[in-house]
Write a protein that binds this ligand. Structure first.
Ligand code: ADP
Ligand code: ASP
Ligand code: MG
Length: 403
């Protein structure tokens, strides 16, 4: 008998009506004789609501308590799904991750699943039951509840597929697959039938919220095929799989943009070894993720400007750390919150010359100024003014024949 992991996202379980539909989807797999394991997110809006509550209590809410609070959202949706399945005559029960347990390591709010104890779940499945497991969470060695970062139920589902040796992992969401770019940003976006782990990982890391980046890393490491589908329609979705399985001739698979980046420039820092390290050391010690970095050398070789980007939510902490940092001197500190990173992603660019030129030329023709550039083997990212994002995405989508 084949095992399938079904993951439902926040919108898919966003109301009682939606939860009833989800129970019907689960029932359809049971009728096809699958062994089913379900992973669910919290009802949409719940996690944000809990975050806001923590902020009203304290602006320095304890990290472990924060995870305990946030993990509670999934308990509600999972028990409602199990309750509905019971109502329909299926054997089902909910499991909070700590009851299984799902063991994690790493810091609170960014933990990673290390191991899932299989005993209870396997015995329940053997009796025909459908376990409904809370996504997004686990426990650590101190028996404290941890969470896996926003969107982390995707990672829970993929790790369940690994530990329970599922033949399929299906991510049910509110779009019917992975698109060439966010369909909410560009109506002309097209559904991608099949995409490689590498391209999906870049897209997710660069702003395609449809999958959480760490979940794709886990899928890639464990060679788990992932289907992304809509819980609202019955259309075929997107398969995320290894490159070998893909016969596509597109240079660019997709485009992404980010919503909440900020750019910081330190003007006139000393141009000598160790300065950049002194700037970034306290930031890394405080878990602030640095994204793009450029250092421009001045003509006289005595001074340089260092520009980097971070998430806007880390901006005030970053500025505080820079101002407190006695090891660096600078003439000015410039901040720009109205920036966005636009990226093109595709394994095809490895073998196709001229992609960088085409991207820059397309933006230039639209009068869009590039502030920072970063590249890897399979992606090119540019930082531009936030107000140009739609224009840039639309022009690049056309240029790379994705329309
Ligand atoms: P869930 O709650 O099911 O986990 P998310 O909100 O996390 O769903 O992800 C789905 C959303 O991701 C879509 O509504 C869509 O707007 C957004 N998205 C961003 N980029 C893409 C893309 N390239 N393809 C599909 N959806 C995307
Ligand atoms: N409920 C969590 C969040 O909103 C996890 C998830 O949806 O995957 O981030
Ligand atoms: Mg999600």
């Amino acid at each position: 008998m084949k095992t399938v992991v079904l993951k439902f996202g926040g919108t898919s379980v966003g109301s009682i009506e939606r939860i009833k539909k989800v129970a019907n989807i689960i029932g359809s797999y049971k009728r096809k004789k699958f062994r089913v394991i379900v992973v669910s997110s919290a009802m949409s809006g719940t996690t944000n609501d809990l975050i806001n509550k923590s902020k009203l209590i304290s602006n320095n809410f304890d990290k472990a308590e924060y995870d305990t609070l946030l993990a509670s959202g999934e308990q509600v949706s999972c028990s409602l799904i199990a309750g509905r399945l019971n109502h329909l005559g299926y054997k089902s029960r909910s499991w909070m991750a700590w009851q299984i347990p799902i063991l994690t390591d790493g810091p609170h709010s960014a933990a990673r699943i290390d191991k899932i104890n299989r005993n209870q779940i396997l015995s329940f499945i053997k009796t025909g039951g459908v376990p409904i497991i809370t996504g997004f969470q686990g426990i650590n060695l101190n028996s404290r509840i941890t969470t896996l970062g926003r969107g982390g139920s995707d990672a829970s589902a993929i790790m369940c597929a690994k530990f329970f040796k599922a033949q399929k992992c299906i991510i049910y969401t509110d779009v019917d697959g992975v698109y060439t770019t966010d369909p909410k940003v560009l109506k002309k976006a097209k559904k991608i039938k099949v995409i490689s782990y590498e391209e999906m990982l870049e897209m997710a890391s660069l702003g395609a919220k449809v999958m959480q980046p760490t979940s794709i890393q886990d899928a890639r490491l464990n060679r788990i095929n992932v289907d992304v589908k809509s819980s609202f329609t019955n259309k075929s979705g997107t398969l995320i799989t290894k490159r070998k399985n893909i016969l596509s001739n597109k240079t660019i698979a997709g485009l992404t943009s980010t919503k909440n980046d900020a750019k910081v420039t330190l003007v006139g820092v000393k141009d000598k070894p160790g300065v950049a390290a002194s700037v970034f050391k306290p930031l890394s010690q405080n878990y602030i993720n640095i994204d793009m970095v450029v250092q421009t050398s001045s003509g006289n070789k005595k001074e340089t400007d260092i520009t980097f980007t971070i998430k806007s939510e880390d901006l005030s902490k970053t500025l505080k750390l820079i101002k407190q940092n006695k090891k660096i001197k600078y003439r000015d500190l410039i901040v720009n919150k109205n920036v966005s990173k636009v990226s093109i992603i595709g394994v095809g660019m490895i073998t196709t010359p001229g992609v960088t030129y085409r991207m820059f030329q397309t933006l230039a023709k639209k009068g869009i100024n590039i502030l920072v550039i970063s590249t890897s083997e399979i992606k090119i990212s540019v930082l531009i003014g936030k107000k140009f994002v739609k224009k840039a995405i639309s022009a690049l989508h056309k240029e790379f024949k994705l329309d």
